[in-house]
Design a protein. Structure first.
Length: 256
């Protein structure tokens, strides 16, 4: 076999396997061997998914990491698309909504999850949007380049192994319906992580450096005014009793 023939065979193998596994969610097919998907970059994956896999949902859900675990199949009367991503800034809401409505103008309502700790100047001060991701996924030959990518091939192999074993062994893995799952922790692991997170919130987010972002209300108001004919449902995600006590202890209850 010639060098060119070997190269062509390897290329065809990579392209075929990447398409079959579809780790970047550029296509819509699902099967038993790609039903567990790792997170490469949620913003890119979900933005590309809307670009190339048409949506017909009537409800849009946007929130941070905790909202990613809300299963769209749990809504009985609404057909929901979950555009939630990890470490979401409230400055991203507007661009994400505009993009989602550009791809599906039939949304009747938008559910927006907000986090109190994201209301600080530290977390909300810097402008952010998904415009870079929008531009990236719309570049010519975007999907073709992904199919040819060896890095994507490695994601495909990881997904194949996880799907074959039907394992949830990471903090967040997805199925092909866009529902996220987390690995189950032992009681000891849960306790240690809870203590660590409470300490982080006390010292980093709700400590003496907390300063309410003065333009927060204005930006959220603009989000509510976006697509005025569409119903907006705003909700604050649940927090533990200990973190709520921290908010009180830090004299932040009024801001909350």
């Amino acid at each position: 076999m010639t060098v060119m023939a070997i190269f062509a065979t390897l290329t065809l193998t990579i392209v075929s396997f990447n398409y079959w596994m579809d780790p970047l969610w550029n296509f819509g097919h699902a099967h038993a061997n790609n039903d567990v998907q790792i997170v490469t970059d949620e913003r890119e994956q979900k933005t590309a998914n809307q670009q190339y896999v048409p949506k017909s949902a009537n409800t849009l859900l946007i929130g941070s990491s905790r909202s990613t675990y809300i299963h769209t199949t749990g809504f009985k009367k609404w057909d929901v698309y979950n555009y939630s991503v990890a470490n979401l800034s409230m400055r991203e809401y507007q661009s994400m909504m505009l993009y989602a409505f550009e791809k599906n103008s039939d949304y009747e309502r938008v559910i927006v999850g907000v986090d109190f700790f994201k209301s600080s100047t530290r977390e909300a001060g810097a402008p952010r949007s998904i415009s870079n991701y929008e531009a990236k996924v719309q570049k010519p030959f975007y999907r073709a380049k992904n199919l040819l990518s060896y890095d994507v091939f490695k994601y495909s192999v990881d997904n194949f192994k996880l799907s074959s074993n039907d394992e949830i062994v990471r903090d967040r893995l997805y199925n092909r319906q866009g529902n996220a799952f987390a690995k189950k922790l032992t009681e000891e692991e849960t306790f240690k992580q809870t203590v660590s997170k409470i300490t982080k919130f006390e010292d980093t987010f709700y400590g003496e450096n907390y300063e309410y972002f003065p333009q927060y209300k204005k930006i959220i108001t603009n989000v509510r005014k976006n697509n005025p004919e569409t119903k907006k449902i705003m909700y604050t995600k649940t927090i533990s009793t200990k973190i709520f006590k921290t908010i009180i202890y830090k004299d932040l209850l009024n801001k909350y």
